[in-house]
Design a protein around this ligand. Sequence first.
Ligand SMILES: C[S@@+](CC[C@H](N)C(=O)[O-])C[C@H]1O[C@@H](n2cnc3c(N)ncnc32)[C@H](O)[C@@H]1O
Length: 259
Amino acid sequence: MALKTRIKKLLPNFFLAHLGIHDGIGKFSFDKNLDIKRDIQTKYGFNGDLLEIFTNNKNKVVHKWHHYIPIYDRYFSHFRMKKIRFLEIGVSKGGSLQLWRNYFGEDAIIYGIDIDPNCAQFNGIAGQVRIGSQDDPKFLESVIHEMGGVDVILDDGSHQMDHILKTFKFLFPKLNDGGIYMVEDLHTAYWRNFGGGYQSKFNFFSFVSELINDMHHWYHFGGVKHPAISSFCPAIHIHDSIAVFEKEAVHEPTHSKIS
Ligand SMILES: C[S@@+](CC[C@H](N)C(=O)[O-])C[C@H]1O[C@@H](n2cnc3c(N)ncnc32)[C@H](O)[C@@H]1O
C-alpha cells in the first residue's frame, strides 16, 4: 500500500488537513462520455456565449473547471467587445488565450505570460505571449508597460501561495480603475505542496481575510495592514477556488436618515 494511503487510513481528517495531505483533482474529472454543455447548463443555469465558446474549443487544449464558466462571465462580461486589456498568467497549451480571444472579441488587447519557453509558440496567434516568471516584478512591469495598462488580470499560473501573493501585491495597484483581478484554482491554498494548508497563515485566504479586516477598518482599532490594496478594493468575491477583487477608490462610508 502506498505511504499516502497508509497515512490516510491511520490519521483522522483533522490531522490530514493540517498536514496538507490531499487527493488532488483526479476524482473531480468529468466523465468523457457525458455532455459538458448540459452539465454546466443544468447545474449553474448558465447559457451565455462562453458556454458555446468553451465547449466548442478546438485544436488548442483549454482546461477549466465547469463552475468557472458562469463565474468568468459574471465578472468579465462587461469588458466584452471593447478595447480592453486582458492579462492571463499561465498560457500552457494556448487554449485559454484562444478562448479569451473568442470571448472578448477582436478589439481586446490580450497578453499571456508563462515561465515555460515552449509557450512562445503561441505568441501572436490569439494574443501576445511573453516568457518570464510571475514572481519577477521587472518582467511584470515590462509586460504591463508594453500592454499600455491592464483592465483584467487572471492568475492561472504556478498556483504557489508565495507567487500568487507576490504577483497580486505587485499587479493589483497597476490595474486600471474599474478593473478586475481574479485568482483561480485556489483549492491549492489548502495544499502544502503549493505552500498553503488548512488554517495556515500562508493560505491565500488568510491574506484575503486581512483585506476584509482592512475593508472594515472604520469599525475596529486594528488599523490597515495593506493600504496599497485595500484603499482601492471596495469588493472581494469568493467562490469555490476563485477570488475576485474589484479595483476602484474606496470612500469613507456615510449614512443619512431621510423622511
Ligand atoms: C494551469 S496552467 C495554465 C492553463 C491555461 N491558463 C488554461 O486555462 O488552459 C499553469 C501554467 O502556469 C505556468 N507557470 C508555472 N509557474 C509559473 C511562473 N512562476 N510564472 C509564470 N507562469 C508559470 C506553467 O508553465 C503552466 O503553463
